[in-house]
Ligand binder design. Structure first.
Ligand code: OOG
Ligand code: NI
Length: 484
């Protein structure tokens, strides 16, 4: 058991299991459940484990390991790799989203980022629940991409009202999960046995139900509005729709999938393969058609397609400048597609030649985020102790890339489209719905750039000032002319 900050406790700190531990247990339980429910996910995990072992076997043993087409990794990152997952769920009402925010807080996960997928014709908007502190991320970075259905984007008023009514009638949380959430909020933590009960109960919310809550006729109408409308409205709860392991070589996994009987989609989403991976590359296999009973227990048997598998390779987190360049080059590759240029991979490669592909260039040009650390306490002769660049040049400070912990809006929409076979690509009303989303959430979604920026700035401060005495207040920043 681990302690929690004393400001949060009303009982002896040792009584509580840390949120990091609860999250770790929850992630493990989700993975075990999904493996049971979707056997191909298990196959994918085996492939990823094999590829990762190969990549690591090829890498030099001494840290920082410089992996081929992979980022240098810290020991903590290597340790978390085997358990690292993200998943995705979709909910139907403000109450469900607000309650999830409170429940994920028990797991030490907060909403980061706002993704408006209506731009891609998908009637949802989303955030990613994940840990935000570097130590928590190092322990287990479990992330859940969480989407809220936008009922107002259902055109037919009658169908919209029916959907709202169905969603109002359902309860996706067990009484015990609700009770334990309140207990956590009241007391600032959960004892180990309570935490395990909470994990068990919350898991139930995300399991698959082979029984729809509506007649087949209603399902078909919802489905005609949008496949996601049917997926959210017609079931008892927000079944986890995929769980994604992290690989160090996504091209190798892509190649291996068909050999293991997994029908991978054709292209990898995101940036092209590079020496220094940036942001995130993802590929997936097609959703399964699963048998579903409609109406009452005796209703007709049909099928529903929702759950799929996905794998991802993560790269360095980009600054706003880096992200703008990324977006521009992606648009260029798309424009080339419109004008009938050859295949996707070649177009991307071509466009991304304008993106620097070595760590030092990314760092110097301010395109990516880095964590700085002192190699030794000694300052080399002739180097000013507060001159970061001089310290880096002298080898007294090293810079490691910070891994991107978030999602890609473009890629997220691409995954939705490819897996849900959506025909309605028409642009939905692109009104800014963020305020409404955050109202439902009960707080603002954190800005992912600000989190990376803060991590980088704090590491620079530590390098330039040396360790601060324990308990001392943080020093004001920007008083020594150091640009973060
Ligand atoms: C979410 C898709 C987004 C990703 O990796 O970009 C996502 C969904 O299908 O519900 O998981
Ligand atoms: Ni995903």
């Amino acid at each position: 058991m681990q302690s929690v900050p004393s400001s949060l406790t009303t009982a002896p700190a040792g009584e509580f299991l840390s949120s990091d531990s609860i999250r770790e247990r929850f992630a493990r339980a989700m993975s075990a459940m999904y493996r049971e429910e979707v056997p191909q996910y298990g196959t994918l995990l085996d492939i990823v484990a094999q590829v990762n072992a190969q990549v690591l076997g090829r890498a030099p043993a001494s840290p920082p390991a410089s992996l081929p087409a992979s980022l240098p990794m810290t020991q903590a990152e290597l340790e978390r790799l085997g358990a690292e997952r993200h998943g995705a769920i979709r909910v139907g009402s403000a109450r469900e989203l607000g309650m999830l925010r409170r429940m994920f807080a028990v797991l030490g996960m907060q909403p980061v980022g706002y993704y408006d997928l209506s731009a891609a014709g998908v009637p949802v908007h989303s955030t990613a629940f994940r840990p935000v502190e570097p130590e928590a991320l190092a322990r287990n970075p479990f992330r859940l991409f969480t989407s809220l259905l936008r009922l107002e984007l259902i055109e037919d008023p009658q169908l919209r009202a029916l959907a709202a009514q169905r969603l109002e009638q359902r309860e996706i949380f067990s009484p015990e999960a609700l009770r334990l959430t309140r207990e956590f909020e009241l007391r600032g933590g959960l004892a180990e046995s309570q935490a395990d009960a909470f994990v068990r109960e919350l898991l139930q919310t995300f399991r698959w139900h082979g029984q729809a809550t509506v007649p087949l006729e209603t399902y078909r109408r919802m489905h005609a509005a949008h496949r996601l409308v049917a997926d959210v409205v017609c079931f008892r709860g927000p079944h986890i729709n995929h769980l994604t392991p992290r690989t160090l070589d996504i091209d190798a996994v892509q190649e291996l999938m068909p050999r293991h009987g997994i029908a991978a989609k054709e292209t990898i989403e995101g940036p092209p393969r590079r020496k220094v991976p940036i942001l995130l590359r993802q590929t997936s296999f097609k959703a399964l058609a699963e048998a579903v009973r409609f109406g009452d227990g005796e209703g007709p048997l049909g099928e529903h397609t929702a759950r799929f598998g996905e794998v991802e390779q993560r790269g360095i987190a980009l600054t706003p400048g880096g992200r703008a360049l990324y977006d521009r080059l992606l648009r260029e590759a798309d424009a080339a597609a419109q004008s009938g240029a050859p295949d996707h991979a070649a177009r991307l490669e071509q466009a991304f030649q304008a993106f620097p592909d070595d760590l030092e260039a990314l760092r110097r040009q301010g395109l990516g985020y880095f964590e700085y650390s002192r190699v030794s306490e000694a300052i080399p002769a002739g180097v000013a102790a507060h001159d970061l660049e001089a310290l880096v040049a002298a080898g007294a400070v090293q810079a490691r890339p910070i891994v991107y912990e978030d999602f890609l809006p473009v890629s997220a929409a691409g995954i939705f489209q490819s897996n849900l076979g959506d025909a309605a690509r028409g642009a939905l009303r692109a009104a800014d719905a963020r305020a409404e989303f955050e109202g439902a959430l009960g707080c603002a979604a954190l800005d992912e750039f600000a989190l990376y920026e803060a991590q980088q700035a704090a590491s620079i401060e530590r390098c330039l000032r040396g360790p601060r005495p324990v308990g001392a207040p943080p020093r004001p920043r920007g008083d020594d002319g150091v640009a973060p």
